[in-house]
Design a protein around this ligand. Sequence first.
Ligand code: NDP
Length: 475
Amino acid sequence: MAFDYDLFVIGGGSGGVRAARMAAATGASVGLAEDSRMGGTCVIRGCVPKKLMVFASGYGETPADARAYGWDIPDGVFDWQPFRTRLNTELDRLEGVYRQLLSTSGVTIHDARATLDDAHAVRLSTGEVVTARHILVATGGRPERPDSPWAHLGIVSDDIFQFDRLPASILIVGGGYIACEFACILHGLGVRVTQFYRGAQILRGFDDEARGLVSEAMRARGIDLHLGTDILDMRPAADRPDRIGMGAPEQEPAPALASGGKGPVWVKGSNGHEAMFDTVLFATGRAPNSRGLGLEAAGVTLGRGGTIAVDAYSQTSVPSIYAVGDVTGRVNLTPVAIREAAAFVETVFGGTPTPVDHSLIPSAVFTQPELGTVGLSEEAARAQEPIEVYCTSFRPMQTAFAGRPDRVLMKLVVSQASRKVLGCHIVAPGAGEMIQLAGIAIRMGATKEDFDRTVAVHPTMSEELVTMRAPVRKA
Ligand code: NDP
C-alpha cells in the first residue's frame, strides 16, 4: 500500500521535532502536525521562558552583592512589562527557528490538530486525511489542577507567562519542580510568596539532605513555606468570611489581571493559616495529552493516568504507532524526550533496534540555590546496598564575602562493595552546570578513588567533590 508519508508526527515539541528532523535526514518523507505553537512546552511555556525568568529574578541580589565588592550601585526595581515584551520576542524567534529547522529538513508542517483514524491514518482539523507507514505520537502533557471544588479559582504554570502584571502576593500549591522553581523565581522578582506543600518535605524523591537544604534556603530568603499543609477552604475575595480568624488579613490585594483573570482569593490552610492572595498557582503535577486523539479507537493501549503504554523501543500496542516524551510518562524531561525520539528513528529508520536507557539521568531544579542531581539518593542507595556517604556543606567564598548566609552542599553516595559513585547531589549556584559534568563520570562508572585521583580546580565550590577524604557515615 502506498502511504502519503513514511512518518507522520503528531506534536511539534522537543520529541516530535527531533524525530521528524532525524527521520527526514534518513530520506524518509515526513509530515508533522501541531495545533498550537511550534516548540511545545519546553520552548513556549516551560524550560526556556522559565529559565529566562530564573535569570531575571537572580539579578535582584546583584546590587547588594556588588556593593560588598566595592561597586557603588543602587538597588534596582524589576519591571515585568519590558521583560515580558522581550521574552515574547525571544519565544517568537525560537518558534521561527523550530519551523525553519523543520522546513529545511524537508518536513511538511501541518498547522492543525491531528487525531488517529486508524493504525495508518491521521485526520487533520483542516478536514484532510493523511496516511503514513509509521505514526509517532509526541503530544506532551499539560498542567493538571487538583480535583477540588476551588481548583477553578487558581491558575496553572502556563498562565504565569501571560501575566499582565506581577501579582503582589501568590500562594503556590505543591512541592515539586514547578512549585519550588516558581516560588523562588517570583520571590526574586519581588512577589510575596507563600507555599503550601501537603507532605513533610518539598521535592519528594530527591536526596533528603539536599531537599532539606533547599527548603531551608527558600525559607531563609523569605518564602513563607508551610509543610504538611493543604488548602482547606478557598473563596473569591468578595465571598471571604467577614472576620478572618488567625490574625489580621494580609494587605488587600490589588484587583488585576495578575491573577490570570481569576481575581484575588481568600484561602484557609489545613494548618489554620488564613490569608488573602492576589492569585493562587496550582503546581500539582502534569497529565499526558492523550485524550481525544482517537488512541483507544485505533487500538492503542493506555497506561496509568492516561499515559500511552510503550515498550523499550517506544512502540505502542499498535505496531505502526509509536510514542515518545511526556505523553508516555516515563521520565518527563525534555532531553529524555529527545533521546527517546532519536532511539525511535534509529530503530525504525536506521535499521538498528535501539532501546532507551532511562538510568542515571542528570537533572536540575532551578530553585535558588539550584539543586543538581544524578543517580541514587542516599535513601534509595541505602535500601539497595551498603554505602558510604561523603558530604560537606559550607558557605561559598563569593556570597560569604558579600555577607550572605547561603550554604552549599556537595554530596557523593558510594557503594561499599564496588566503590562506584552511585549518586551525586549538589545544592549550589550553578549546580545544574556542575551536575552535567559529574554525570559523565558517574555514567562511565567512576569510583570514589577515580574522583580522588582527579586534581582539584582551586578555588571553586566543586573542588570539594574530589577532596572529601573520610565518609561522614556508613550505612
Ligand atoms: P511534580 O509531580 O514534580 O510535583 C507535583 C506536586 O504537587 C507534588 O509536590 C505533589 O505532592 C503535589 N500534589 C499533587 N497533587 C496534589 C493535590 N491534589 N493537592 C496538593 N498537592 C498535590 O509535578 P510538577 O508539576 O512540579 O512537574 C511536572 C514534571 O515536569 C516533573 O516531574 C518534571 O519531570 C518536569 N519538570 C522538570 C523541570 C526541570 O527539569 N527543572 C522543571 C519543571 C518541570 P506529593 O509529592 O505529595 O505527591
